[in-house]
Ligand binder design. Structure first.
Ligand code: OGA
Ligand code: MN
Length: 296
């Protein structure tokens, strides 16, 4: 077992590309411990040009944590878990029109966000794989809310440090289209409060925990809270905190939802674009218990 992986920084501040590693050979005892240590430290990992089948994808994701299954309640007994496709390709194989609800939902992903902050148990990581990529645009961008939090002026930090922020899935959809926001799948979970800061239990590093789903700051009017959330997102997404990933088929991008924001970028909507996504949920070892206690 190699004791060290070969890596290259993605940006000056965060993220690494892991070189010469075949993810399909990673097991709980072999390679995963080193990869997990890089994840805790760098918040984003890139593995280029992998050959990861759907089965590999599920197996690799499950090393990081329990697989998130937002459709569990919609499936009939015996139906298998389906990997979520972040895609503008419709079931009949055609490309969804720009104003189709499917494309509008992808446009909602173009707002800076953290996945699954509206769930009772939120996500630790998203493992996203490039399947069908576009000839231009369609990048996925990540911003480090850990580095931004470190750099933030104390006056701004003081306004949010001990606050609780409320999250609602339909809120981010309503910002794109009222019709989109009405779909039942955006109303399955009650509003969810989370502390504004997530402390990583492994290394003690704090990061701002916010999202496009955040609609209210406890103890503030909705207007004041929304303005504060906008100001925080704007600070965290200054160019120096961003990694922009231009997809090639087979690329695997994994990010720490506790320490980053992300968004998709527009592309020519007549082109198909498909990424396979599996989110895994946080556990107490990732700070869930502490977050729940502080949100109460
Ligand atoms: C996601 C997401 C953005 C993109 O998969 O959670 O936000 O680039 N994707 O499609
Ligand atoms: Mn997302």
């Amino acid at each position: 077992m190699p004791s060290e992986l070969t890596t290259r920084p993605l940006t000056k501040h965060f993220g690494v590309e892991v070189l010469d590693l075949n993810l399909t050979r990673m097991t709980r005892d072999r390679l995963y411990p080193q990869v997990r240590a890089l994840f805790e430290e760098h918040s984003a990992l890139l593995f280029r040009r992998q050959s990861v089948t759907p089965g590999d994808h599920i197996r690799i994701a499950s090393l990081f944590g329990p697989i998130e299954d937002r459709q569990a309640d919609e499936r009939k007994p015996g139906d298998a878990f389906e990997i979520s496709q972040v895609s503008n390709v419709l079931p009949d194989g055609s490309v969804a029109a720009e104003m189709d609800l499917q494309t509008l939902n992808l446009k909602a992903n173009q707002l800076w966000h953290t996945d699954s902050t509206f769930l009772p148990v939120p996500a630790l990581a998203n493992l996203l794989i490039g399947r069908v990529v576009t000839s231009s645009g369609g990048e996925t961008e990540l911003a480090s809310t850990r580095v931004a939090w470190r750099d933030m002026p104390e006056a701004l930090k003081a306004r949010v440090r001990d606050r609780v922020v409320w999250h609602r899935y339909s809120h981010s959809r309503a910002r794109i289209s009222p019709e989109l926001a009405k779909l039942p799948k955006f109303h399955k979970w009650p509003d969810r409060p989370w502390p504004a800061i997530w402390r990583n239990p492994v290394n003690g590093q704090e990061a701002l925990y916010i999202a496009s789903h955040a609609f209210k700051v406890a103890g503030m009017s909705e207007l004041e809270g929304a303005a504060l959330i906008d100001e925080l997102v704007a600070f965290c997404t200054e160019p120096e905190y961003i990694y922009s990933h231009r997809w090639q088929p087979g690329d695997v991008l994994i990010w720490d939802e506790r320490a980053t924001l992300h968004r998709g970028m527009p592309w020519p909507y007549d082109q198909p674009r498909t990424l396979s996504s599996i989110c895994v949920s946080v556990t107490d070892a990732d700070g869930l218990h502490e977050m729940l206690a502080r949100a109460a």
